[in-house]
Structure formats: C-alpha cells, structure tokens
Design a protein around this ligand. Structure first.
Ligand SMILES: [Zn+2]
Length: 193
C-alpha cells in the first residue's frame, strides 16, 4: 500500500469527521491496515473483529443505507450507547472506501500557463463528464492592477477521451486537443489540493 495514498485517505476521513479524536482515527487505521475490511457487496462490508480493540465478536457487518452507515455492533449490548456514535468499524470502512477511490483510475491532462488574463473553455456537451480544476498562484504583482499568475488546469474524466478546448492567455487564443491519459485519482488530488 502506498504511504501517500494512506495519508490522503486519512486526511479525507479527518475532513469528514473533524470532531473525532486521534484515538478514533488510530483505531480505524489499525483496522484498515490489518486488512480487516472485506467488501461484501456495493453497500455491505464485513469487518473482522480485533479483540485488542475491544471487539467481542469475530465479525461485524457495516451497511450503507439512505446516506447513513449502520454497524452490527449497534445491536450488541453496548448498542444503545454506540448508536449515536460512528464506531471505528464504520470508520475503517470509510477509510477502505477512500483508499479504493484514491487508488482508482482516472484520465487526465494538465495545462500549466503563466498569464495575466486567462480562460479555458471546454465544450458544453462535455459538462458533467469532464471536470476542470484550476489552481492559481500570483507570480508577479509589480503591476498591482494586472498581476501575473501561474495557472494550472487539471482536466479529468472517468474514461479516456480527447477533449477539444479553447485556451485564452493574454489575448493569445489557442485551440487545444487534449488527450486524457490514464493516471490515479490520488495524483489528481495531490495536484488540486
Ligand atoms: Zn461497529
């Protein structure tokens, strides 16, 4: 498993649950790294119990239904207390899903330019299929009204394709034909966050 991928998967988990403790994150990570999460089907996972984390059962079943996660540990004797919380079985499943998503393939092209005025136009019919993420950094603000920017466009989609785009940089208009090449989603996240 890639360290960068795991770090990003944990970062996403922290963003989703900013009030959870370090020990909650740590327990989720232990479950994930020990390979205890198995996908049963699209919305059901089986998590092997770890006695050292206080589990009393050999396995737990986590389900995702109507936008919420449910764990079979809710039905145990501690269920009433646990129901209001998100247990670390669920957290391990979320980590597993984050990791899987980050490890999945996407198709991308990157444009780096330096301009004062810039614009990228993607054909309207590709809206929804192709995503464009822009990151901008000022490189020269000596002309305060017209600072110069370093701009990176990351164009990506779930399938390989050729995208015709129009790039405007300081009045220079270019017609581009971008071939979206296979990469992994975590690379996109590293480029765009
Ligand atoms: Zn649980």
């Amino acid at each position: 498993m890639g360290r960068e991928l795991i770090d990003l998967a944990i970062e996403r988990l922290r963003e989703d649950f900013p009030n959870k403790s370090k020990s909650w994150i740590r327990r989720a990570l232990v479950r994930f790294m020990r390979g205890t999460v198995r996908e049963f089907n699209e919305n059901v996972w089986v998590v092997r119990g770890l006695p050292e984390l206080g589990d009393r059962y050999p396995t737990y079943v986590v389900r995702f239904k109507d936008g919420r996660y449910y764990c079979s540990c809710f039905e145990s004797s501690w269920g009433l207390r646990r129901k209001s919380e998100i247990c670390t079985h669920i957290a391990a499943v979320i980590l597993y899903r984050n990791y899987k998503r980050l490890d999945s393939d996407v198709y991308a092209s990157v444009i780096n330019i330096e301009c004062t005025d810039y614009y990228l136009e993607i054909p309207g019919e590709l809206r929804g299929k192709v995503k464009v993420v822009k990151s901008v950094r000022v490189v020269d603000s000596s002309d305060r009204l017209n600072p110069r920017h370093r701009v990176r466009y990351v164009i990506y989609a779930n399938e390989p394709m050729e995208v015709r785009a129009k790039l405007v940089c300081d009045g220079d208009v270019r017609e581009l034909s971008l071939r979206l090449a296979r990469t992994r989603r975590y690379i996109i996240e590293l480029l765009t966050h």
